[in-house]
Design a protein around this ligand. Structure first.
Ligand SMILES: [Ca+2]
Ligand SMILES: [Ca+2]
Ligand SMILES: [Ca+2]
Ligand SMILES: [Ca+2]
Length: 344
């Protein structure tokens, strides 16, 4: 779990070499063994009679061993307890508790909701059955719960209420409730993909401009998040409004802070060297500033992936990180914050 929890390292405490991303503890693939030299040792030709006897003896030995093996196998089978498959109809309690289609609703709850226990999105609106019931409050059997001609997935992704036939966006309290429940319960597919692809909910909400005086940059953040500063803005954290923030600002879902000093190296080389275990490096231009994005090779069960974006001003490298201890529901907010980043 170290991979997904942003643990504060000793290096963090010194403030000199602030490493905000946890190290990915991958395993190095074993080196394949080199092919050995061919067996070039010549042997004398065996005599024909002895060879025939050896073949007959070999066949006989194999037959005896096979018979013995079969006998032992049957004895073991006879003495083994009758192991049931995981989802056997012989064990209704297990079957009821299981979530066969991994949509957040147990089979028992699918039965109550009238949804298909083998289909994650029974009504095909892009939101998983369990997420409709537990997070967004929409009907998992209705493609367009409020009959306003926009399907539930489209509405949620764009910040509209799927249950109120209204041209107004879902209010801040409702969106905040979605966000908190998404983080608490985790989103299921296809909801994660729908929220990522259909629209940008962060763009739909009111934003606040924050100006940082320590490093002279600005970012915009949505009203679903609360921003806090430490050390006169040297570290900035953003957490979900209404939730109790962690004692450590660096444990916030989003952190903006000094990652280190790049000196003579270019930004990409510096990032690659410092975060050597994260290989996926992408060079971007965000609002006129060159940036490097690092994508984690790991993703947790909720699909979040420990991304980091690095900007450079002089030798200082500023990083915006999305800590992987939080749900994929925060992905769109992260993207919104990153895309609003500007040096002033
Ligand atoms: Ca299910
Ligand atoms: Ca289902
Ligand atoms: Ca659905
Ligand atoms: Ca609708």
């Amino acid at each position: 779990m170290d991979v997904i929890n942003n643990k504060k390292s000793d290096a963090d405490k010194s403030g000199l070499d602030f490493v905000v991303m946890p190290k990915f503890e991958g395993t190095k693939p074993a080196t394949p063994p080199a092919d050995g030299p061919a067996n070039l040792v010549s042997r004398p030709a065996p005599q024909r009679g002895k060879k025939t006897i050896a073949i007959i003896a070999g066949i006989f030995t194999i037959a005896v061993l096979a018979a013995a093996g079969y006998y032992i196998y049957m004895r073991i089978q006879a003495n083994l307890p009758n192991v049931q498959p995981k989802l056997s109809i012989d064990d209704p309690a297990t079957l009821a508790r299981a979530d066969t289609d991994d949509d957040g609703l147990s089979n028992e709850r699918e039965d109550i909701a009238g949804t298909d226990f083998q289909k994650a999105d029974s009504d095909g609106d892009g939101i998983a059955d369990g997420d409709e019931v537990d997070i967004f409050g929409s009907d998992p059997m209705l493609f367009d719960t409020d009959s306003d001609s926009y399907d539930d997935g489209q509405e949620v992704a764009r910040g509209y209420s799927p249950v109120l036939n209204s041209t107004d966006r879902a209010d801040s309290a409702e969106r905040q409730k979605w966000l908190q429940k998404s983080v608490d319960l985790g989103l299921h597919e296809p909801t994660i993909t729908t929220l990522r692809t259909k629209a940008d909910a962060a763009a739909a909400s009111n934003k606040t401009l924050y100006v940082n005086k320590a490093y002279n940059y600005s970012v915009e953040y949505p009203q679903e998040l609360v921003l806090r500063e430490e050390n006169n803005g040297q570290t900035v954290g953003l957490y979900i409004a209404g939730s109790a923030p962690d004692e450590e600002i660096t444990a916030d879902p989003f952190v903006i802070t000094l990652a280190g000093q790049a000196e003579a190296q270019n930004l990409k080389d510096w990032v690659t060297a410092v975060y050597e275990r994260y290989q996926a490096v992408e060079e971007l231009n965000i609002n006129g500033a060159s940036a490097v994005r690092l994508r984690s090779m790991t993703a947790d069960e909720y699909g979040c992936s420990n991304d980091g974006i690095f900007f450079r001003k002089g030798n200082s490298v500023i990083a915006i990180t999305w800590n992987c201890s939080d749900s994929a529901a925060l992905d769109q907010y992260y993207t919104g914050i990153v895309n609003s980043f500007k040096f002033r």
